[in-house]
Write a protein that binds this ligand. Structure first.
Ligand SMILES: Nc1ncnc2c1ncn2[C@@H]1O[C@H](COP(=O)(O)OP(=O)(O)OP(=O)(O)O)[C@@H](O)[C@H]1O
Length: 620
């Protein structure tokens, strides 16, 4: 490894090493193996456009040589006429008309191809974006929390835009190859040595281009994490959601400095490469011209000697010139196409990521009525990017119909526990049983449908009031009665009545005419989501922290009344709420410390009693 490469590798950290590896010519050819899969995707996007595109390009590939050849015939005919060897002009005008027709056809075909290319490109971009969203939806939460995964997702997203270019590049490549075959056939018939001259003039340019494309690929790929950071800073620097803190903390200077540092680094890296590329490019172009003019001189000499007609000289010179530019395009495009095909690998790799949490082969249907409840058997869980156990040695039963409150300091593992219940993660140790059967054996969709969770970091959808509630059960999106009932239950209905457009009121500031709600108001809207489906297990993970103490008490009291007989888990830091639960589980550093009713735990005189008295003292 060269010194600078070593330094780059060190700066980027150990797992960035693969980023600077340059693909060899062999790897580039291997990457072309991705093209059939790519074309399958294009074909899937729109069969007729794909076919039409191929046909148009096939026609176009024959045009250049046809025009050159008719041109040769015209010149020879003019020479014959001018020397007085013939007097009939009919053939000449027919030839001119033919060339005119070819020119018009060429233009029309070029426009038609560009049109079909752009239509197909747009459809392709939409089709792949949908595919990415569909695949992303099947993946696990912890995969989203992995930065390498994010880089892949980012690159896959870029492909949806960039690949439409690849599409027309590959098609043009095929078209040019056919054009070249026609032109080369003409040139070979005259003098095969000219082809050799052509290759000598062009191969260095190709190798140079290939080298610089590699560097540029490595550079772009290596910049992915920083580019994500750049996008993130741009977002924080100017967005409705962040403007408040950015102003108050006066962060703009800090953000702009970081943006400048990153963007200047990109600029410098790219500039260095661009300058080198331009200098070498000029040199190689010079070589190409030298090759062309050598061939031209040979042809002129032969014409003077009388071995060629003037028409043939123009035809050959034209063919050589065109062949040179076509071949140059093909070679240059080869690197671009193979680079594109390497990028495609990123795209397909994203689709190869498989979720670890999936539907069992023979799923057990979720019980119509939970009988015993959820039993934790020595459950432990560690986030994949952490060595610390977020939950460990949890052994208890959440009985059917019971309301269990989770109590513990920040980071004690409360949220993790409820995520395990919803199978957003699976335990690393032990197992969770539902009515005696492992949770992993149940139908995943039914399980999720039967669990209603509202998290503390619920989303504030920049959509209408009604839609913000309907997301709790999207199948009932058009069931206005259910939406309104749910709003009544969470006390959000009072709020809807005050809004100008009531349930159709757009919320949030991102789009026109949106109304922003207060933190507590948003929470009431989010809470209504829990009532949208008849879930058998309801989990409220501190979605009420922004409500004042009285409102939280009311909301929970209502929740307890409305969900009588249902199994529920509540997380709250307020003991007035917690004591409403049938039992309380106290967590400490992920482990279970105490479990029992409010009275039992007070009598025990342990952590719960201590925290309860502490809070009660604060209110006195
Ligand atoms: N996505 C994650 N990746 C890595 N570690 C995480 C992740 N989420 C949480 N943790 C860690 O797991 C531990 C338990 O977190 P958890 O969110 O379950 O706590 P909590 O009791 O709900 O806290 P809080 O009261 O602050 O909401 C913490 O140490 C936290 O840092």
């Amino acid at each position: 490894m060269s010194k600078s490469k070593e330094r780059m590798a060190r700066e980027r950290g150990p797992n960035r090493q693969n980023v600077i590896a340059n693909p060899t010519l062999k790897e580039k050819f291997a990457a072309l193996g991705n093209l059939p899969r790519f074309f399958k995707l294009v074909w899937e996007t729109h069969k007729w456009y794909t076919l039409l595109n191929g046909l148009l390009r096939l026609l176009r590939s024959a045009i250049p040589v046809a025009i050159l050849y008719v041109g040769k015939l015209i010149i020879d005919e003019v020479v014959t006429l001018s020397k007085g060897h013939a007097t009939d002009h009919q053939l000449l005008w027919q030839l001119v008309a033919a060339e005119f027709a070819l020119a018009i056809l060429s233009d029309a075909l070029a426009r038609a191809t560009a049109l079909v290319d752009s239509l197909l490109g747009d459809l392709f971009s939409n089709h792949t974006s949908v595919k990415i969203m569909e695949h992303a939806a099947t993946l696990d939460l912890d995969q989203f929390e992995d930065s390498e995964f994010y880089d892949k997702l980012e690159r896959a997203r870029q492909q949806t835009i960039g690949r439409t270019i690849l599409l027309s590049q590959v098609l043009t490549q095929v078209q040019d190859l056919i054009t070249m075959a026609f032109l080369a056939a003409g040139l070979m018939a005259f003098n095969p040595w000219l082809i050799l001259l052509l290759l000598i003039a062009i191969v260095p340019a190709f190798l140079g281009e290939s080298y610089f494309n590699d560097r540029s690929y490595a550079l772009t790929r290596g910049q992915t994490p920083e580019r994500r950071e750049l996008d993130y800073i741009r977002y924080i620097g100017a967005s409705d959601e962040t403007a408040k803190e950015v102003k108050l903390f006066n962060l703009s200077g800090f953000l702009i400095d970081r943006f400048k540092t990153l963007s200047n680094k990109f600029y410098d890296d790219n500039k260095k490469l661009s300058i080198k590329r331009a200098s070498w490019g000029t040199f190689f172009a010079l070589l190409g011209s030298a090759g062309y003019y050598t061939a031209y001189v040979v042809m002129i000499m032969k014409t003077i000697e009388g071995a060629l007609t003037i028409g043939t000289l123009t035809f050959l010179a034209g063919s050589f010139r065109q062949l040179r530019s076509t071949l140059e395009n093909i070679l240059t495009r080869f690197t671009a196409v193979s680079q594109g095909a390497i990028y495609l690998r990123d795209f397909f790799e994203f689709f190869e990521i498989q979720p670890k949490i999936f539907m069992p082969v023979k799923p057990v249907p979720f019980p119509a009525q939970i009988k015993q409840g959820f039993t934790f058997e020595n459950v432990g869980f560690k986030y994949h990017n952490s060595d610390k156990w977020a939950n460990r040695h949890l052994s208890f039963t959440l009985h059917a119909g019971e309301k269990l409150a989770l109590v513990g300091e920040n980071g004690a593992g409360k949220t993790t526990l409820v995520k395990l219940l919803a199978r957003l993660y699976d335990p690393v140790e032990g197992r969770i049983l539902l009515d005696g059967i492992d949770l992993r054996d149940y139908d995943l969709l039914q399980l999720r449908h039967n669990i209603g969770i509202i998290f503390q970091d619920y989303l504030r959808y920049q959509m209408s009031f009604a839609q913000n509630i309907a997301v709790g059960n999207i199948d009932e999106m058009n069931n206005r009665a259910l939406i309104e009932q749910s709003a009544e239950k969470s006390l959000a209905s009072l709020l809807a009545k005050k809004l100008p457009n009531q349930y159709d009121q757009a919320l949030g500031r991102r789009f026109n005419n949106g109304v922003e709600l207060s933190g507590g108001e948003w929470q009431k809207v989010a809470l209504a989501r829990a009532y949208m489906k008849d879930a058998q297990l309801l989990i409220l993970d501190e979605p009420t922290s922004a409500l004042d103490a009285r409102a939280e008490y009311e909301v929970f009291q209502r929740f307890a009344d409305l969900t009588k007989g249902k199994t529920a888990v509540l997380i709250s830091h307020r003991f007035s709420t917690v004591r409403m639960a049938d039992r309380i589980l106290v967590l400490d550093k992920g482990q279970q410390l105490e479990i029992g009713s409010h009275e039992e735990l007070l009598a025990l005189g342990g952590r719960y009693a201590e925290l309860f008295h502490l809070q009660a003292k604060g209110y006195r």
